[in-house]
Design a protein around this ligand. Structure first.
Ligand SMILES: CC(C)(COP(=O)(O)OP(=O)(O)OC[C@H]1O[C@@H](n2cnc3c(N)ncnc32)[C@H](O)[C@@H]1OP(=O)(O)O)[C@@H](O)C(=O)NCCC(=O)NCCS
Length: 224
């Protein structure tokens, strides 16, 4: 029987656990290397994984330096923040492993869509025909991705967002909770679309856009 190993810790670990459980996939280990800094109102990792005990075995916490891959394991990244790119690099420098694509059984992924390794698709999300999701794209709960839209690697799309068809979303883009993007847009790498925004124009790389219709607020381009 396969087991899921999650690299890194964050607030969305319980969503990953939930989705794994719905796929009859036990989570055996959390491997820590670059844990996200717990913020105000975050739930401590120990407390979080203990709460899973009612539904399965509590996973072991292992440091990356002490970790060795095994044949019965599937792998996924735990954090959804930009630290994920560094984490993937650190893992692939040490180990030759493939990442798993984890889809909630209550999501609908068109058979004409293509999902790269490491993609997560949460419950009640719909990925349209011809859509392509790059490596480690994180699609939270209740999201729709329109037909023929490409979402670049490491982008995250938060609950209840709707992305129209025929668009190109760059790499490392965040589409926050409840945002709407009309069709045929080009969104630059590392752009951040604020909660509830309605995007009706193309967006430059690294721009934070907020409001209805979405307007430029500031640059959030990560430093090189
Ligand atoms: C964009 C976001 C990160 C705020 O960014 P920030 O850099 O902390 O921005 P600030 O709070 O300093 O606000 C900067 C300005 O933008 C405005 N603003 C921020 N977020 C806004 C939003 N979502 N809609 C409209 N205006 C917003 C603020 O009112 C402020 O305006 P001002 O300059 O006129 O005072 C936040 O709104 C957001 O969308 N978070 C993501 C939520 C999410 O999806 N979480 C995951 C849930 S699972």
């Amino acid at each position: 029987m396969k087991q899921l190993v999650i690299f890194g810790s964050s607030n969305i670990l319980s969503d990953i656990f939930d989705c794994a459980l719905a796929n009859n996939l036990p989570v055996s280990k959390i491997v820590l290397h670059l844990p996200e800094q717990p913020g105000e109102r975050d739930i401590d990792l120990q407390q979080r994984i203990q709460s899973w005990g009612a539904l399965g075995k509590v996973p072991e916490i292992v440091e990356l330096d002490a970790f060795e891959p095994a044949d019965d394991e599937l792998y996924l990244l735990g954090p959804t923040t930009p630290t994920r790119t560094e984490l993937e690099r650190a893992i692939l420098q040490r180990f030759k492993l493939e990442f798993h694509t984890l889809i909630h059984p209550r999501a609908f992924v068109s058979p004409l869509a293509k999902l790269a390794p490491g993609v997560f698709v949460g419950a009640n999300s719909v990925i349209g025909p011809g859509a392509t999701l790059g490596r480690h794209v994180f699609v939270n709960r209740g999201v729709t991705i329109g037909h023929d839209t490409h979402v670049g690697a490491f982008s995250r799309i938060q609950p209840g967002s709707n992305v129209g068809g025929l668009s190109r979303i760059g790499q490392g883009v965040t589409i926050a909770i409840g945002a709407t993007l009309i069709e045929r847009l080009h969104i630059g790498d590392h752009a951040f679309i604020g909660a509830g925004a309605v995007v009706i124009t193309d967006i430059n790389a690294g721009a934070l856009m907020v409001g209805v219709p979405a307007k430029f607020k500031k640059s959030v381009m990560p430093s090189a």
